[in-house]
Design a protein around this ligand. Sequence first.
Ligand SMILES: NC(=O)c1ccc[n+]([C@@H]2O[C@H](COP(=O)([O-])OP(=O)(O)OC[C@H]3O[C@@H](n4cnc5c(N)ncnc54)[C@H](O)[C@@H]3O)[C@@H](O)[C@H]2O)c1
Length: 271
Amino acid sequence: MDIANYLKSVFSLEGKTILISGAAGGIGAAISEGVAKAGAQVALCGRTLSKCEALADKLKAEGCDAAPFLLDVADLDSIHACVDAVTAAYGKIDVLFNVAGINKREGLLDVDEATYDRIMDTNLKGVFFLSQAVAREMYKRRSGNIINIGSHNDEGMLGGCSVYGASKSGVIALTRSMAVEFAQYGIRANAISPGHILTELTQVTWDHPTRGDYLRDRIAMGRPGTPDELVGMAIMLASDASVYMTGQAYHVDGGCLCGGKPWEYDTAYKA
Ligand SMILES: NC(=O)c1ccc[n+]([C@@H]2O[C@H](COP(=O)([O-])OP(=O)(O)OC[C@H]3O[C@@H](n4cnc5c(N)ncnc54)[C@H](O)[C@@H]3O)[C@@H](O)[C@H]2O)c1
């Protein structure tokens, strides 16, 4: 067997149907493109259908199998309509990526109930009920795989991200609950926790006069990640290469949780 065929036997997503929420965002689009190029049929789901349509057109032009679907994860009716539509189109859902997420940076003492509810409804309640709806389909086939997007803020907190951090910590707790309850149905659940990734959601932070440098100091590699740098982990978790992995959160963060850039110390070895 040559190398290409061996790698294909380990990581190929051919034959798998993948539903991705927030598919047209920065991280969602990179994961969508990556798993589509690895052979999956991809249901691109989001609340702005035109963006999912444009991404589907781009991927189809590159020879991939992708289709757009309307989904608002903060609306249970929309969740059920989307899962029904994807199941009707493909007959099954093998893998779910919960990518949709929002944030509003605001001090803990300033947050009002409307902001709290909006972030929680999308980031935690949305993941809970979309996963429940998809897992009920997966249960029928006793097979499935759920991959949630956590965050650096599911462990390491930043100022002004209290609701977001709580929602993402909740996503990791939920990932563990899914792993515990769903293994008996042949369903795995894991999370990818990105560090600081440069996307539309975070551009404002990297452009900020002090926050960009604050973050760079807290990343051992000294720079933000790109959405493409999450794709390898996404393909591995979606493929059978990770068949014995469940209930874990994998941090892809350029060396952030480990401590970031070192302070000054004596060494003859200059960078
Ligand atoms: N960018 C980062 O540094 C970073 C770091 C850690 C975690 N994350 C997480 O990664 C995920 C994607 O973030 P991103 O940086 O690509 O942001 P983004 O804003 O580019 O993408 C988010 C996507 O989610 C969609 N979305 C929002 N609310 C929705 C809803 N109610 N229903 C359906 N779709 C909805 C948006 O339309 C958008 O397409 C989020 O869960 C975010 O919390 C991002």
